[in-house]
Write a protein that binds this ligand. Structure first.
Ligand code: SF4
Length: 266
């Protein structure tokens, strides 16, 4: 099955997007817009309008169910930084557990005190979007994100306290961006950072082009070379999966519409 991206109208006239991956994962948005405005991402292009409510998170699930989609798991990896809407996300997580719906989330880790709290919650996966091995690249790609060194310090202090099972639910996302973070030097810096954390899995991601950004994905040959290099260095690494590669989906592709009626005639 192909990915299915759909528009969710909100009561105040804004509309957000969600995407169903053919693997059975429904990717939800946690905010209308995003304050972090990462330069490669369409979701934060308009900045943040507001947080979504718990009902609006469920609205996305209900729309997918009405479309007849078979939901195996949910992920808060669409528009927004889940930690910026932490109370709502925590309530939603509790409700998902009550309904036996596994929920994971993707975060930049900002802010760090919330990250510390979320590391221990009973989620089905917490993916840290770092996209960099050095402080400099991290600052360029996530300029409004957490301090890179402080983030690694926090992981150093907190991951050993988690059970192995909990640690295996934490992963690192690395969106490969042509000429921005796909050099061996950059990846070697990440390998050094990852060395004390053998349980962490690194997920390489491809960037799907969006009109809001001139950033491009690394070539397939570069991706393969870096993947082989990471494997040789002993890092647990995964290549991008076919669902995230499709144009309707993938990091930073979902968008907020401020006037969906005008755009879609709805
Ligand atoms: S990549 Fe994530 S954190 Fe950055 S602007 Fe997009 S939605 Fe926000």
């Amino acid at each position: 099955m192909e990915n299915q991206r759909f528009l969710v109208p909100l009561p105040d006239g804004l509309s957000i997007e969600a995407v169903y991956y053919g693997s059975g994962t429904l990717c939800l948005s946690s905010q209308a817009g995003c304050a972090l405005r990462c330069p490669f991402c369409a979701s934060g292009h308009l900045g943040l309008r507001r947080n979504l409510t718990v009902d609006e998170l469920w609205q996305q699930v209900e729309m997918a169910q009405k479309m007849g989609l078979d939901l195996k798991r949910l992920t808060l990896s669409g528009i927004g930084e889940p930690l910026h809407n932490a109370e709502t996300v925590m309530t939603f997580l509790k409700e998902c557990r009550n309904k036996a719906l596994p929920l994971s989330l993707t975060t930049t880790g900002y802010d760090l005190s919330r990250l510390e709290e979320f590391l221990t919650l009973p989620h089905n996966g917490l993916m840290l979007s770092l996209h960099a091995g050095t402080t400099m690249a991290h600052r360029r790609l996530i300029p409004h994100g957490p301090d890179f060194n402080q983030l690694w310090n926090l992981l150093e202090q907190n991951l050993p306290r988690l059970s192995r099972r909990q640690r295996r639910k934490i992963g690192v996302n690395y969106l490969l961006l042509k000429g921005r973070n796909d050099s061996l030097t950059e990846v070697d810096a990440l390998i050094t950072r990852l060395r004390p954390f053998p349980d962490l899995t690194l997920h390489l991601l491809r960037h799907n082009p969006v009109p809001e950004s001139a950033y491009a994905s690394s070539d397939e040959t570069v991706l393969q070379r870096l993947y082989d290099h990471l494997c040789q260095a002993g890092v647990q690494v995964r290549r991008p999966n076919r669902w995230r590669n499709q144009s309707d989906g993938g990091c930073g592709t979902l968008v907020l519409h401020q006037d969906a009626k005008r755009l879609f005639g709805g």
